[in-house]
Ligand binder design. Structure first.
Ligand SMILES: *Cc1c(COP(=O)(O)O)cnc(C)c1O
Length: 348
């Protein structure tokens, strides 16, 4: 790896910032018999009368053990969306820096760039949904701070060549954010095992997909100790609430349930794939490493509307580049998928 100096990528404002230290940063050991009169809380027990642990230590320690990383490599946020926003605000100077995104991909990267006043340079995937590495490297300049790679990619469901990603990790000037929201559905390995090798690697994951907890809003960021430290500096002190921490913890210690659901979803994906191929207006189904299928049809707007009238909502991705006449269909339960198939077959 070439010379890497994280401080050159951090905004000056953030480097010089004196972080807020909350009451619970200083003392948060509720197991002890300390008397807490420091945070102006109501002392009467309601299960949530105390501020939550700002460092979410219980959740992080289970995650760390399961993923084989130390807790210092983990930051948790109010969904991946907050994690991604923190990354923008630490590294990108408004009206000066730029980021690179790779459409068709997750729309949030561009929205966050727009919100933060950061130029978003788009480099399309190739026709085969691979990374256009030479174009990405031509597009970067000394102010390119972040490159977003969604792997497996939403909405295509595709995985990128490991060799290409590695090349970008070696040659991109800024930080490479690999969004692994769908990694648990994939046969490919997470980049988590490569964290020590690449000081410019940030990996995001989420409780919203395979873990079945979109409602609690919990996103995960894995990166070097230095990157995590600087993100911690600006995160709101109590960004992950007590109820979220409790339910995430309970889910993590029952990972066998998650794994059972995962294997049901993957079985259903194979079944749905075969059934969709029998539908006369389906022309192509893109190979998917995620829990959805990107399906090419004769007329996506028409099929989308027809499905709505049958009470089934899918995502019309036709407006995305390289995704003409496509519907993105999430894998449901066996019963939901059966209804989808029946209804699709009845359409004329
Ligand atoms: C669904 C999804 C997420 C999850 O975002 P949360 O804010 O954690 O719910 C992140 N990235 C991608 C690509 C997604 O599709």
């Amino acid at each position: 790896m070439r010379d890497f100096n994280l401080n050159k990528l951090v905004r000056t404002t953030i480097l010089n910032l004196q972080a807020y230290s909350s009451a619970r940063d200083e003392f948060s050991d509720f197991e002890s018999d300390l008397i807490f009169l420091d945070a102006n809380e109501n002392p009467f027990q309601t299960e949530v009368n105390r501020y939550p642990d700002p460092q979410q230590r219980d959740v992080k320690s289970v995650l760390a053990a399961q993923k084989g990383v130390s807790t210092q490599h983990i930051l948790l946020g109010n969904g991946s969306d907050e994690v991604l926003d923190l990354i923008f605000r630490v590294f990108c100077e408004p009206s000066i820096d730029n980021v690179i995104t790779l459409p068709p991909t997750y729309g949030m990267y561009k929205v966050l760039a727009d919100i933060n006043g950061i130029e978003n340079r788009e480099v399309l995937l190739t026709e085969g949904f691979e990374l256009n590495t030479s174009e990405i490297l031509k597009t970067q300049d000394s102010l390119s701070k972040l490159l977003f790679i969604c792997a497996p990619n939403n909405p295509t469901g595709s995985m990128f060549s490991q060799h290409d990603i590695e090349m970008l990790l070696n040659k991109f000037n800024g930080l490479v954010v690999i969004d692994e929201a769908y990694i648990d559905f994939s046969e490919c390995d997470s980049w988590l095992t490569r964290l020590e090798e690449f000081p410019n690697l940030i990996i995001t994951q989420t409780f919203s997909k395979a873990y079945g907890m979109a409602g609690i809003r919990l996103g995960i960021c894995y990166a070097s100790v230095e990157i995590i430290a600087v993100l911690n500096k600006i995160k709101p002190p109590y960004n992950v609430n007590e109820l979220t921490q409790q339910s995430a913890f309970e889910r993590l210690i029952q990972l066998d349930v998650v794994e059972k659901e995962l294997s049901l979803i993957l079985n259903e994906k194979e079944r749905l794939l075969k059934a969709l191929l029998q539908v006369y207006f389906v022309s192509k189904i893109h190979p998917s490493q995620a829990n959805f299928l990107l399906v090419e049809v004769d007329d996506a707007n028409l099929r989308y509307q027809q499905l709505i009238t049958k009470g089934i909502v899918v995502r019309n991705r036709s407006s995305q580049p390289l995704c003409k006449n496509t519907l993105r269909i999430t894998i449901g339960t066996e019963d939901e998928n059966n209804q989808l198939i029946e209804n699709l077959k009845s359409l004329t």
